[in-house]
Design a protein around this ligand. Structure first.
Ligand SMILES: Cc1cc2nc3c(=O)[nH]c(=O)nc-3n(C[C@H](O)[C@H](O)[C@H](O)COP(=O)(O)OP(=O)(O)OC[C@H]3O[C@@H](n4cnc5c(N)ncnc54)[C@H](O)[C@@H]3O)c2cc1C
Length: 502
């Protein structure tokens, strides 16, 4: 039996991100994945929302394909196939980055390796027994079975999480009556117009993204050259096809039902693997708790929902960044009472909001005159500036305000993008995943923060981007405390609340 502080089951994007966060804080977990190597199965095509700013706070934004400088917002997004403009939203929070999930995993595997994390491919979790001091993890590998005694176990083992099920953690929610099909396909070259779009005889150009039609939804996107992704969503039907593998012919039949004409879909050419997937009934489910003793749920193990609009990694990677510094503080013995419980109390409500908006998007894709009317009403509401602002923050996940115990208007939110007079960006100060006390008042806060100097980086300077006198920023980038006056009232309490006694 080997003893380990933290075992993470699952080397998907969320498990790997957590591993990197822990390692930055000086705790090196063991990561187990039953796959022999990282998979190149196509899943997410991009990152959407506030997580892009958090990746910037770790120096990962450019590595993920971002341009030089701070992340720039996108002018709009889609909600259930309805375009929304965020151009006039003040401090538009919506960001998007095209990034294939296997590439993200590849980046995180390399980063975890650089940070000294022990990632064991081909080591699957076969069982879990909670113990008084943590959990015993039964592992199966090609070298034979073995047990790991973990003080903390993180289940990042995906939507069908064996660990969540073994612990009997409820996963309440709903399963829709939709059947979604998606595949990489080839269409005949002579259907291609000069601007690169495909024109389907009897239907017209295939629009990018989701389109709602009388009989369901159509999805078309070309995220990579030569790889057209085509999909359908049909309502009120389960084909009873069970585990029969999806075929290109099945997608072609479905596309014919949805758009009313034949779409001459062929199997894709070029190197794979290619997407070919049917989801018969979309689950929208969330674990009833993200923490059971010393076992924590992360990412898809904690929540599953529709991929429409791409909220999955925004949610899961931010779970990881929220959990990392708290779990590391527990392991190192510096965590104040109750810190680890705030992972559940802060992140579960965020998951509930994603569930709410993704279910709404699915509902608004359904056929029928009632939904036509709802979409018209929704479109009218979207003309109102306050509604656009609300939607931008909902979809970006930036409406999240944690109850941090401080009433300053910035407290509880992700810290704003700001630069010091010497050009250093606040995001850069967070690359090491340590808390930062940013003193913009000329050094008046150093004395009250001195007793936390081992845990909190004190940075002094000036900034033309804000009028606040000081900001205490947690390692996850959230503002724990802020003040506009130089008196520093409440700072020692905030430092103790989040980072332990002086
Ligand atoms: C078609 C599709 C398109 C999507 N598009 C987007 C998008 O555009 N944007 C977006 O944000 N999200 C998207 N998503 C959602 C996104 O892919 C998931 O949210 C993401 O994969 C969740 O990551 P995870 O690390 O939590 O779990 P997973 O990626 O499922 O990783 C879990 C890991 O655990 C391992 N594992 C499982 N069981 C065990 C075990 N017993 N022992 C050891 N290891 C185990 C698995 O091998 C796997 O490597 C999409 C999903 C799909 C299916």
């Amino acid at each position: 039996m080997t003893e380990t502080d933290v075992v993470i089951a699952g080397a998907g994007p969320n498990g790997l991100m957590l591993a990197c966060e822990l390692a930055l804080a000086g705790v090196r977990p063991v990561v187990l994945d039953r796959l022999p190597a990282p998979t190149d199965e196509p899943k997410a095509n991009g990152l959407v929302g506030q997580v892009i700013r958090q990746l910037d706070m770790r120096g990962l934004y450019q590595a993920c394909g971002g341009e030089a400088g701070p992340p720039r917002p996108v002018p709009g997004w889609m909600f259930s196939a309805m375009p929304m403009s965020f151009v006039e939203v003040a401090d538009n929070p919506m960001h998007a980055l095209m990034l294939q999930q296997p590439r993200l995993v590849e980046l995180l595997v390399a980063r975890a390796g650089d940070l000294g994390v022990d990632v064991r491919w081909g080591h699957g979790v076969a069982g879990v027994s909670p113990t008084s001091g943590g959990a015993t993890v039964a592992v199966e590998s090609s070298d034979g079975p073995y047990d790991l005694d973990a003080t903390y176990l993180v289940a990042a083992d995906g939507g069908r999480s064996l660990i969540r099920k073994s612990l009997g953690i409820d996963f309440p929610g709903s399963t829709s009556d939709t059947v979604s099909r998606v595949a990489h396909v080839k269409l005949p070259d002579d259907l291609r117009a000069e601007d690169g779009t495909y024109v389907i005889p009897g239907y017209g150009p295939l629009p990018f993204g989701h389109t709602r039609l009388g009989n369901g939804g159509l999805i078309a996107a070309q995220f990579q050259p030569g790889r057209l992704l085509l999909g359908t969503i049909e309502f009120g039907r389960t084909d009873g096809v069970g585990d029969v593998p999806m075929t290109i012919g099945e997608l072609r039949e479905s596309a014919r039902r949805v758009i009313g004409v034949d779409v001459p879909i062929e199997a894709p050419t070029g190197p794979g693997p290619h997407a070919l997937r049917r989801i018969d009934g979309q689950n929208s489910r969330q674990a009833s708790t993200y923490r059971e003793g010393n076992v924590l749920l992360l990412g898809d193990a904690a929540h599953v929902h529709s991929a429409m609009g791409g909220p999955g990694l925004n949610l899961g990677l931010q779970d990881a960044v929220n959990l990392g510094w708290k779990l590391a503080a527990e392991v190192k013995g510096s965590a104040p009472d109750g810190l680890l419980d705030t992972y559940d109390s802060e992140r579960r409500p965020v998951g509930e909001r994603v569930m709410m908006q993704s279910l709404s998007q699915t509902a608004l894709m359904a056929p029928g005159p009632e939904i036509d009317a709802l979409r018209q009403l929704f479109g009218e509401l979207m003309e109102l500036p306050a509604v656009r602002e609300h939607m931008a923050h909902l979809l970006a996940g930036s409406d999240v305000r944690y109850p941090v115990g401080d009433s300053h208007p910035l407290s509880g939110y992700l810290a704003p993008e700001l630069s010091l007079d010497d050009g250093t960006r606040l995001a850069e100060l967070l690359h090491r995943a340590r808390p930062v006390l940013l003193d913009l008042s000329g050094g008046g806060f150093a004395a009250s923060a001195g007793a936390w100097a081992d845990r909190v980086d004190l940075v002094t300077g000036g900034s033309a981007d804000t009028s606040v006198a000081a900001l205490l920023v947690r390692p996850d980038g959230y503002v724990a405390w802020a003040t506009d006056s130089p008196d520093g009232l409440g700072l020692p309490e905030a430092l103790a609340r989040w980072f332990g006694p002086a």
